[in-house]
Write a protein that binds this ligand. Structure first.
Ligand SMILES: Cc1cc2nc3c(=O)[nH]c(=O)nc-3n(C[C@H](O)[C@H](O)[C@H](O)COP(=O)(O)OP(=O)(O)OC[C@H]3O[C@@H](n4cnc5c(N)ncnc54)[C@H](O)[C@@H]3O)c2cc1C
Length: 439
């Protein structure tokens, strides 16, 4: 073999519809290279947050470990393998590249400052990095707008997409074979450990008990879940049920797999459309598409505005009148604010790594508008806790509620009494996650 090409799996832990992997395979075939698939795993990339906790908390680590275990097995089934690295990743990867004399590295491009800095650090070490844009619905070339002119208001974006009838490109198939593992690199002795689960992973109250086989973080479970959900009657009632606080089928629950990339959003749309063709479209199935467009819009907004969306004032001229108070923030994180619905939700989030959309809105609004806390600390806590953490959707939603993103309406303040009356009138949810019962 003439040399080694590294394929770095980032938030695309799958074989189906993986353009970065396909690019790497094509280059190996063209240039007679062997392929070294690698991934990073650990609590923090590249270091702990400025707020004093890890970027990747125990739930997201455990869920990601499941995805990595599945990916490793799928690669081994095709004659290859997966090297999982830990620690200061850019340095580890650059050292590895030197050690195996890699001719280059192919990886998913992620349009967010720290993720871009990771690739920049590798390039600075002399590595030839080929970054492949993917993870969203549309390619830049399909859009009627340049990336820096994608509409800032969601409705204008959606209407533009729908007026043109834009369809995502067809998903790419799972590669039948893979280039050989490099002769010079020993096969990993042990696969990633995916058996150590925090207690909440199997909690019967969880809306996403990823400790159970059907909810594991890997590609096989993701695709089975997608098929099962679309074969059920749930999509047709999605619009009516999506604001529920608990349960396992009030919404699609696709987000954790979309976030770690075990599931491709283009595959989701193909199967959603096939279901509509067979059983008819409904308000619910349209609304699933509508929500996927929100996800897409946040991706383009981060690409357009980058680092500015991570400032306290976001895209505004002046910062909101908020202050970071470590003690008050800790009370919010731990569910000790004295606001019963907020506290119940924060306990669920910490204990299980998942929270319904409605409760995410309520607790974010409470931190920003009730407690006058720093929205960026809240976004960082979500990043640490959520098994579906996605930098675009998380930053976008937090900035939206804080009123510092692209939406012109100036933030969203959810009235807690009203939210409680509408969504938890009998206090069932608050009792479910009451202190003491929370585990
Ligand atoms: C403060 C806050 C932070 C959030 N952080 C994240 C995050 O880190 N990762 C994440 O994936 N989602 C995030 N969301 C969006 C949303 O809460 C989740 O996508 C949704 O709850 C996931 O559950 P589901 O897959 O059952 O969604 P469904 O309701 O079934 O929706 C289907 C899909 O549409 C997309 N979607 C739905 N709602 C939104 C939304 N508001 N914004 C963007 N995409 C959406 C998701 O991909 C989701 O899987 C956040 C929302 C808020 C208010």
């Amino acid at each position: 073999m003439a040399g080694v090409l590294i394929a770095w799996f980032r938030n695309d832990l799958r074989l189906h519809d993986n353009p970065a992997l396909q690019r790497a395979i094509a280059r190996c075939h063209r240039d007679g290279l062997s392929l070294l698939p690698v991934a990073w795993h650990g609590p923090s990339a590249p270091g702990a947050t400025r707020w004093g906790f890890d970027r990747v908390g125990p739930h997201r680590q455990a869920f990601r470990a499941q995805a990595l275990a599945g990916l490793g097995q799928a690669l081994r089934d095709r004659g290859s393998d997966l090297m999982v690295c830990h620690g200061a990743f850019a340095q580890v990867l650059a050292d590895l590249a030197r050690q195996v004399r890699a001719v280059g590295l192919v990886a998913q491009a992620i349009d967010a400052p720290e993720e871009q800095a990771e690739l920049a650090a590798l390039r600075a070490q002399g590595l030839d990095v080929d970054a492949v844009e993917h993870g969203g619905l549309f390619d830049a070339a399909q859009l009627p707008w340049a990336p820096e002119a994608v509409p800032e208001v969601f409705t204008a974006f959606r209407q533009g997409v729908e007026r043109l009838g834009l369809k995502p490109p067809a998903p790419l198939p799972v590669p039948a074979t893979l280039p050989p593992w490099p002769d010079s690199v020993p096969r990993p002795a042990v696969a990633v450990a995916d058996g150590l689960l925090p207690p909440g992973a199997t909690d019967g109250r969880s809306s996403f008990p990823y400790g159970l086989p059907a909810w594991r973080g890997d590609e096989a479970a993701a695709r089975e879940h997608l098929g099962r959900y679309l074969a059920s009657d749930r999509p047709s009632v999605y619009k009516a049920t999506r604001n529920a606080l608990t349960g396992r089928d009030f919404a699609s629950h696709w987000s954790p797999w979309l976030a770690n990339g075990a599931l491709s959003v283009r595959q989701v749309v193909v199967e959603l459309r096939a279901m509509e063709a067979e059983r008819g479209a409904s308000d619910g199935s349209y609304w699933l598409w509508f929500e996927l467009l929100w996800r897409e819009h946040f991706r383009w907004m981060l690409r357009r505005h980058g680092r500015a969306l991570f400032r306290t004032q976001g895209l505004r001229q002046s910062a909101p009148s908020a202050a970071y108070d470590a003690e008050a923030f800790a009370r919010w994180c731990e569910g000790r604010t004295g606001l019963p619905l907020v506290d119940a939700a924060m306990r669920e989030l910490r204990h299980t790594g998942f929270l319904s959309n409605r409760l995410r809105q309520i607790v974010a609004s409470a931190l920003i508008h009730e407690l006058r806390g720093d929205w960026r600390a809240g976004a960082a806590w979500f990043e640490a806790c959520l098994i579906d953490f996605d930098v675009h959707s998380n930053q976008g939603n937090w900035a939206y509620i804080a009123g510092v993103g692209t939406d012109p309406r100036g933030g969203r303040h959810f009235n807690l009494d009203r939210q409680t009356r509408e969504h938890d009138p009998d206090g069932d949810y608050q009792r479910l996650w009451a202190a003491g019962a929370a585990g």
